[in-house]
Design a binder for this molecule. Structure first.
Ligand code: SF4
Length: 63
């Protein structure tokens, strides 16, 4: 499993991560980000790319 941490104070709801890995990151209709709890190892690359693309550097992926 992949462990993902989001700094919700840094997150500005740009939704870039949702575009990159929509099975992991999703935005509710109030603009709050939700992160899946059980992230399969096969999604690591997509999650790492989402972390790189986050304009606020709010996502960290544990090695
Ligand atoms: S890309 Fe970053 S700032 Fe945008 S919603 Fe995702 S975690 Fe938040």
């Amino acid at each position: 499993m992949v462990t993902v941490n989001v700094d919700f104070k840094a997150c500005k709801s740009s939704a870039m991560c949702c575009i990159e890995a929509d099975d992991v990151f999703s935005m509710d209709d109030k603009g709050y980000l939700h992160v899946a709890s059980d992230i399969d190892e096969s999604r690591r690359e997509a999650v790492e790319l989402a972390a790189e693309l986050c304009p606020n550097r709010a996502i960290t992926v544990e090695p």
